[in-house]
Design a protein around this ligand. Structure first.
Ligand SMILES: Cc1ncc(COP(=O)(O)O)c(C=O)c1O
Length: 396
C-alpha cells in the first residue's frame, strides 16, 4: 500500500473548518439543481468586463503577446500602477516599488511568505476577509485577531490593535475599505498605525482591493496616509474595480527591498503573468474613469436600496457601508444568530447570505448581504427577506 504523506502545510490548509460556508455550498448546489435561488453570498462583480479592455486583450493576443513575461510583471503595467499611486498620494512611486501578481490573493500570499516565518504572529482586525486565515495557515503564521464591535460600527480599535502586538508579532494586517463591513479606516488612523508599526519594527500590510468603490469621496490609501513608507505594503487589483475577477491581476506596492525579494519568490513560484492580460490591465488602469465611476455609483445605489429596505424590518439593523460590495446586517433582534438566520432564510425563501461568523466571532450575529446582483434581483431578494421576517413567530 502507498503510504507517502502530504506536507504539513497542505494538511493545515485541508484541516481548516469550513462550516460557515455550509449554507453557501448548499445554495449553490440548489441553484445548480435548477431551484430559484438568489445568491447574495458572492463577491464576484455581476458586471461584464468593459468592452474596450476585452478588445485590448484580444488585439494583444493577435499580435503574439503570448510568451513568458518578467517575474515581477511587465514594465508597462508596473508603470501604470506606479503612476496611479503617484497621482493619489503625496509620495511619488516608481515601477521598482511595484510587483504584479495573478490576483490580490496570490499577492498577499507572496508578501506574507516574504515577511513571516512559521510561528510568527500577525495582528488582524476581525471580522476579516475569509481568505486571510487560509493564507496564514499555509505559512503556519499565527493570526492574532482583534475583535471590532458591531455596536461601534466595526470601527478600528486602535488601542486594542496596539495592545495585541507581542514580541512575536511581525506583521499588522489591515483591510480598507473592508470586506465584509464596508468600513473605512481614516487617514489619521492609518498614519498613526503606520508610525506605531515603524517604531516597533513591524510591517504594516493593507489590502485595498475595494479602493475604487468608496461611495462618497476618494479612497485614502495607507501609502497616501503614512509619513514614512519603509514598513508600508499595499495590495490592490482589478478583480473588483474593473469587474475583472477572472483575469487574475493584482499587485503589491512596497519598499524596493521587499519587491526584490518578491521577485526571487515569484521566480520560484509564478514565473510571470500572461503578457496580453498585463497589456490589457495597463490599458484598463489608464482608461478607466468612466466605467469605474459607473460601477461605483451602481454599488452605492444598491447599498442604499438594500439598507433602506432591510432597515425597516423588525429585528434587523444594517451597518451602513461606506464602500465596497456588501452590507452587513445585525440580525440579533430576530432571535437568531447569523448562521441560524442564513440557514432558515435559504430554506424558507431561497435567498443565500453569508453568516457573519465566516468572518470571525464578533460578527456571529450578523449576515453579509452581497450587492453583486442586478437591481431587479436585489429587489426580489429584499421582498423575500421581508416575507421571511414577517413569517417569524412574534417575539415578546
Ligand atoms: C478583501 C479582499 N481581498 C482580496 C480578495 C481577492 O482578490 P483577488 O480576486 O484579486 O484575488 C477579495 C475577494 O473577495 C477580498 O474581498
Amino acid at each position: 500500500m502507498f503510504e507517502a504523506r502530504f506536507s504539513d502545510q497542505i494538511d493545515r490548509l485541508m484541516d481548516r473548518d469550513n462550516d460557515a460556508w455550509e449554507t453557501h455550498d448548499r445554495a449553490v448546489a440548489m441553484k445548480n439543481n435548477g431551484e430559484d435561488v438568489i445568491l447574495l453570498c458572492v463577491g464576484d462583480p455581476d458586471f461584464r468586463t468593459p468592452e474596450p479592455i476585452i478588445d485590448n486583450a484580444v488585439s494583444h493576443l493577435r499580435v503574439g503577446r503570448t510568451h513568458y513575461s518578467p517575474a515581477l510583471g511587465e514594465m508597462k503595467l508596473r508603470r501604470a500602477v506606479a503612476d496611479l499611486e503617484t497621482a493619489t498620494s503625496p509620495h511619488p512611486c516608481t515601477p521598482a516599488e511595484v510587483a504584479v501578481y495573478p490576483g490580490a490573493t496570490n499577492a498577499l500570499y507572496s508578501v506574507m511568505n516574504c515577511l513571516l516565518n512559521a510561528g510568527d504572529e500577525v495582528v488582524i482586525p476581525e471580522p476579516m476577509y475569509v481568505g486571510y486565515p487560509s493564507i496564514m495557515a499555509a505559512i503556519d503564521a499565527k493570526v492574532v485577531a482583534v475583535p471590532l464591535r458591531v455596536e461601534e460600527d466595526f470601527k478600528l480599535d486602535m488601542e486594542a490593535m496596539k495592545a495585541a502586538v507581542t514580541g512575536r508579532t511581525r506583521v499588522v494586517f489591515i483591510n480598507t475599505p473592508g470586506n465584509p463591513t464596508g468600513s473605512i479606516i481614516s487617514r489619521k488612523e492609518l498614519a498613526e498605525l503606520a508610525e506605531f508599526c515603524r517604531e516597533r519594527n513591524l510591517w504594516l500590510v493593507c489590502d485595498e482591493v475595494y479602493s475604487m468603490f468608496t461611495y462618497s469621496g476618494l479612497h485614502r490609501s495607507l501609502r497616501a496616509s503614512a509619513q514614512n513608507l519603509d514598513n508600508v505594503v499595499m495590495v490592490d487589483g482589478l478583480s473588483k474595480s474593473h469587474a475583472m475577477s477572472g483575469w487574475r491581476i493584482g499587485w503589491v506596492v512596497g519598499p524596493e527591498t521587499l519587491i526584490e525579494r518578491l521577485g526571487a519568490h515569484a521566480g520560484a513560484t509564478l514565473f510571470g503573468c500572461p503578457q496580453f492580460i498585463q497589456d490589457a490591465s495597463a490599458f484598463a488602469l489608464e482608461n478607466d474613469q468612466e466605467y469605474v465611476a459607473q460601477m461605483r455609483q451602481e454599488y452605492a445605489e444598491r447599498a442604499e436600496y438594500v439598507v433602506r429596505k432591510l432597515e425597516k424590518l423588525e429585528g434587523i439593523h444594517c451597518h451602513q457601508p461606506r464602500a465596497g460590495m456588501f452590507v452587513m446586517c445585525d440580525v440579533d433582534g430576530t432571535g437568531m444568530d447569523g448562521r441560524e438566520f442564513a440557514r432558515a432564510l435559504l430554506d424558507a425563501e431561497l435567498v443565500s447570505v453569508v453568516p457573519g461568523d465566516a468572518f470571525g466571532p464578533s460578527a456571529r450575529n450578523c449576515v453579509r448581504v452581497g450587492l453583486a446582483q442586478p437591481r431587479p434581483m436585489l429587489k426580489q431578494a429584499c421582498k423575500r427577506i421581508k416575507r421571511f421576517i414577517e413569517a417569524l413567530p412574534a417575539r415578546s
